[in-house]
Design a protein around this ligand. Structure first.
Ligand code: BG6
Length: 499
């Protein structure tokens, strides 16, 4: 099939299988000396540069309170990215793109100085992309100052602002931030990031579900018994206690990453693969999730968490949670969805498991239908991105020797398509430069996702008495998470034991 593009026709493979290079941009990173910028943003931008996807005239301005000079900032980035000094021309070229501006996010005069640097004849017609890698209370002061100094006006070119998660601390703060932003930016200028949406397997959910015939007829309560989503980490709170001890795992992982994955797995088909059609369907799905009953939620803390640097010795913050949800719509009513995420567990693993119902009847003498392996579709998000389908099958040997087999593939074993797989942040930074909002969160979605968890968060905050279960570090989490499923005669599919 060929598709017209106004310049003659191109095949659909050419249209979809080639990364669209970013247009020429000015990228401005607020919080440039912070952890996120060093660990994720600069490496992602370098990855785009290395793959030839960053425009040669794109410039990156780091901003922050730290008083770096141009040289010391480049040295800092070089140390983070290349361990010391750049050793190739490509690395050298990337560093030359970077500059640094000292900026206090609450001072308008600092922004006026930034505007003088950016709104010049050679730069002002390029799109400007401001990345707020900042604590969320600084978002509004920073955007207000961008606005006051004219940096958000689209008189000359596109102006976009990327907001790191968490967007808000609760429903009220998210609604209030959205309201304030409405006066300063249009929704088309706002890119709320959730880096899980940039992960390969998460994007693949769209294709698996909507580009194949075989799954969709089975993708409902008639055939699916349960859905489980796990995001387990071996890391503890590390150096982020200041943020994490306030937030807890529900704000950190469930309100965003787990809910985004769940909505892609369970939403209805959008009419077309476009930013708003996809986000409309996600919104409908999130709105259909039933209020979470506290009895369907487990929270726990890893042992010695309160002794970690920066954590309050009296902290009741949850480092692990497991929830049971229901989606009140025709497709999913009665299908339990189990979510769990935690820090300091036995393995680092993110997986979505779709568990199918058992066969209606066993025709095999002496074997009950419950004894047959249920089909399970495993979508492995990390560490190895891939898909598996567990089936009951004949084992070699005696006539009716049965056992579970898994058909599987992982992305790492696929022959290279000629295009590098982009890391999640690189994918999202590229989409933002190209003005594609499909993988970013819209204001109504963020509000409804906070709304979903707010009742539970309030309930936990008010409950100062009940004991928070503890779990051993690097274990598979608390027994209570298993008990949550036991009530439904179910078990977690994926073990979190260190292999
Ligand atoms: C972040 C959370 O959004 O995601 C962190 O704030 C968490 O606490 C991280 O560690 C996990 O991301 P990934 O890509 O390593 O699974």
């Amino acid at each position: 099939m060929n598709v017209g593009n106004g310049k003659g026709s191109i095949s659909w493979q050419e249209l979809f299988c080639r990364e669209q290079k970013a247009s020429e941009c000015e990228i401005i990173i607020f919080g440039a000396s912070g952890d996120l910028a060093g660990r994720k943003l600069f490496p992602a931008l370098y990855c785009l540069h290395e793959c030839g996807l960053l425009h040669k005239n794109t410039r990156i301005t780091g901003c922050g309170r730290h008083s770096f000079t141009l040289e010391t900032f480049r040295d800092h980035i070089s140390g983070t990215l290349f361990n010391a000094h750049p050793s190739t021309a490509q690395e050298q070229e990337f560093l030359q793109k970077i500059s640094y501006t000292v900026l206090d996010y609450t001072k308008e005069e600092d922004f006026a100085r930034l505007a003088d640097e950016l709104v010049t004849e050679d730069k002002k017609y390029k799109p400007f992309l401001f990345y707020l890698a900042l604590p969320s209370p600084l978002y509004i002061p920073a955007v207000e100052n961008l606005y006051k100094t004219g940096l958000l006006s689209e008189k000359y070119g596109k102006r976009r602002v990327i907001f790191e998660k968490p967007f808000g601390f609760d429903l009220q703060s998210a609604v209030s931030m959205n309201r304030s932003l409405k006066d300063l930016l249009t929704e088309e200028q706002i890119y709320r990031i959730d880096h899980y949406l940039g992960k390969e397997t998460v994007q693949n959910i769209f294709l698996l579900r909507f580009a194949n015939r075989i799954f969709e007829p089975l993708w409902n309560r008639d055939h699916i018994a349960a859905i489980q989503i796990t995001a387990a980490e071996t890391l503890g709170v590390e150096k982020r206690a200041g943020y994490f001890d306030q937030a807890g795992i529900v704000r950190d992982m469930f309100q965003n990453h787990l809910l985004e994955m769940l909505s892609l797995v369970t939403m209805e088909s959008p009419e077309i693969f476009s930013a708003d059609a996809v986000r409309d369907e996600k919104l409908k799905l999130i709105r259909a999730i039933r209020k979470i009953a506290p009895a369907d939620a487990v929270r726990a803390q890893y042992e010695h968490y309160t002794e970690e640097e920066g954590v309050s010795p009296f902290s009741r913050t949850e480092t692990f949670a497991a929830l049971r949800l229901f989606i009140d719509n025709a497709r999913w009513q009665t299908v339990p969805v189990y979510l769990r995420a935690g820090k300091c567990l036995g393995v680092k693993k993110t997986e979505i498991d779709i568990i199918f119902k058992e066969v209606d009847k066993s025709i095999f003498p002496g074997i009950n239908k419950e004894d047959l392996q249920r089909n399970i579709l495993h979508l492995s998000v990390q560490p190895r991105e891939g898909i598996g389908l567990t089936l009951e099958a004949k084992m070699p040997g005696p006539k009716l020797c049965m056992g579970a087999l898994t058909l599987s593939f992982d992305y790492a074993s696929l022959p290279q398509s000629g295009t590098e797989t982009l890391d999640a942040y690189a994918r999202l930074l590229l989409d933002c430069q190209n003005g594609d909002q499909t993988l970013f969160i819209r204001s109504d979605i963020i509000e409804h996702s906070w709304q979903l968890y707010q009742g539970l968060l309030d309930h936990w905050a008010e409950d100062r008495k009940s004991i928070i279960p503890q779990y051993k570090q690097y274990s598979e989490g608390p027994q209570e998470a298993k008990d949550l499923l036991k009530r439904d005669n179910a078990v977690w599919i994926d073990s979190l034991y260190r292999k």
